[in-house]
Design a protein around this ligand. Structure first.
Ligand SMILES: *Cc1c(COP(=O)(O)O)cnc(C)c1O
Length: 428
């Protein structure tokens, strides 16, 4: 359906016909292909299960090549990749690291693991990534690095951020946990900054249960990163043969990955380009459907962005149309047959973030965009929803158009109206 006639139908939550009475089925995630299973068995019988085996070496090479980076250093997850990136860059006690307010807590935690202080900066209302115009006000003599997060696969403005970093002599770690295979101005994410960090946790767009990788173009950083994850050993040293010593400032650990993860990821990397094309095509279809709905917009792509990797498709609702609590909007969408996810809120409001105020820094007046986005006016479709079959994408478009065109019909009870207003007031 290309017209938005569904906009005039009665909402299922109010007694109308649901768009999908049976619920929708999405892309099965993570992928579990027969031939990958066979390769996993081959690894098993090879008895070569641990780090730096043939699968890991091949995967790290292929993944770095895909993103246009010189080195790939495979690790245990996408939190230690951030931690090691900062450690490799010499970030330590007393330093400050600038991060966006809207991200998964791991971005901020990694800064704390290094003994440094996370400094939150608000996000841009269109891209939902760090607002580069606010970065300079957050820089102090203690600032050592910036971690832009390519949230949901959208792109932080890397050219502007690199320019600021050059001017103030700061390091850049790109958190690409949502952006596998994304390109910006023709260049792969993770190859713009000093280090790019990726996660392969099961929910991500490349998934091996757990896992992560650092990309870098710098030979010295690549060696430091390898040593950091492998208790100090240099790259390509045989097990038990120490080779040379790590630099005295490196406190190295064991953040190694396994051959099982690498063999799964190699097959997914082979399919990544096609998957990204599907995400981009489906995102364009849904975006076009939503274009006519007043008060609704979608997360902006980067100004120079190429094909974007969609960890999620984010829909932003203007304050004026959010007249009922967010939960009620999700309920109305669910009643049509689509269960929908909430966005992240600001890290410093996350239930897992219970640190005292001396451990981090917030800008004066807080991060109002992140607060608003997080509290009530953003909906996200995760990548396995976005990767669905065409007829499902069409139904998703129908459901979103139908509900979001009719939020006014979701009459708020007096209590709910107050709640929605309270959520809206976080803007002030
Ligand atoms: C998932 C995620 C991480 C951490 O990755 P793990 O592999 O789960 O440790 C870091 N940053 C962002 C933005 C993430 O979404």
């Amino acid at each position: 359906m290309t017209t938005n006639t569904v906009a005039t139908e009665k909402l299922a939550i109010l007694g109308g016909e649901p768009i999908s009475a049976t619920g929708l089925s999405f892309l099965a995630w993570p992928p579990a292909r027969e031939e990958t299973g066979q390769k996993l068995l081959d690894v098993f019988f090879s008895r070569k299960w641990s780090f730096n085996g043939p699968q890991e070496q091949a995967f790290a090479r292929e993944f770095a090549d895909y993103h246009g980076a010189k080195h790939g250093i495979f690790m245990a997850n996408g939190t230690v990749t951030l931690q090691c990136a900062l450690q490799a860059l010499g970030v330590g006690a007393g330093d400050e690291v600038i991060i966006p307010a809207l991200t998964w807590p791991a971005t901020a935690m990694a800064v704390l693991y290094c003994g440094a202080v996370p400094v939150f900066v608000d996000v841009d209302a269109d891209s939902l990534c760090i607002d580069h115009t606010l970065i300079e006000a957050a820089i102090t003599p203690k600032t050592k690095a910036i971690i832009p997060v390519h949230l949901y696969g959208g792109m932080a403005d890397m050219e502007a951020i690199l320019e600021i970093a050059r001017r103030h002599n700061l390091s850049i770690v790109e958190d690409c946990a949502h952006a596998h295979g994304g390109k910006w101005n023709g260049r792969g994410v993770g190859s713009w900054g000093h280090v790019g960090s990726f996660s392969f946790q099961e929910s991500k767009t490349m998934a091996s249960g757990e896992g992560g990788i650092c990309l870098t173009n710098d030979d010295d950083l690549a060696e430091r990163l390898y040593r950091l994850k492998h208790i100090g050993y240099p790259p390509a040293s045989a097990q038990g043969k120490a080779g040379t010593s790590p630099a005295p400032d490196l406190v190295c650990s064991n953040f190694r990955g396994t051959e099982f993860q690498a063999v799964i990821l190699r097959d997914q990397l082979a399919d990544l380009k096609e998957l990204i094309e599907t995400y981009n095509a489906n995102a364009a279809i849904i975006e076009e459907r939503l274009a006519g709905v007043p008060g609704v917009r979608v997360q902006a792509r980067g100004r120079l962005s190429g094909p974007q990797s969609y960890y999620a498709f984010a829909i932003i609702l203007d304050d004026e149309i959010v007249t009922v609590p967010h939960a009620k909007i999700c309920e109305a969408i669910a009643a049509e047959g689509l269960s929908i996810n909430n966005t992240y809120g600001p890290v410093y409001k996350h239930v897992l973030w219970n640190l005292t105020g001396d451990k981090f820094r917030l800008p004066e007046g807080g991060c109002t965009v992140a607060d608003t986005i997080g509290s009530h006016n953003c909906l996200v479709l995760l990548h396995w929803v976005l990767g669905s079959e065409p007829e499902v994408i069409e139904k998703i478009g129908d459901i979103l158009v139908k509900v979001l065109s009719n939020l006014h019909a979701l009459a708020a009870t007096p209590g709910e109206a107050q709640e929605a207003e309270a959520a809206g007031s976080t803007q002030e």
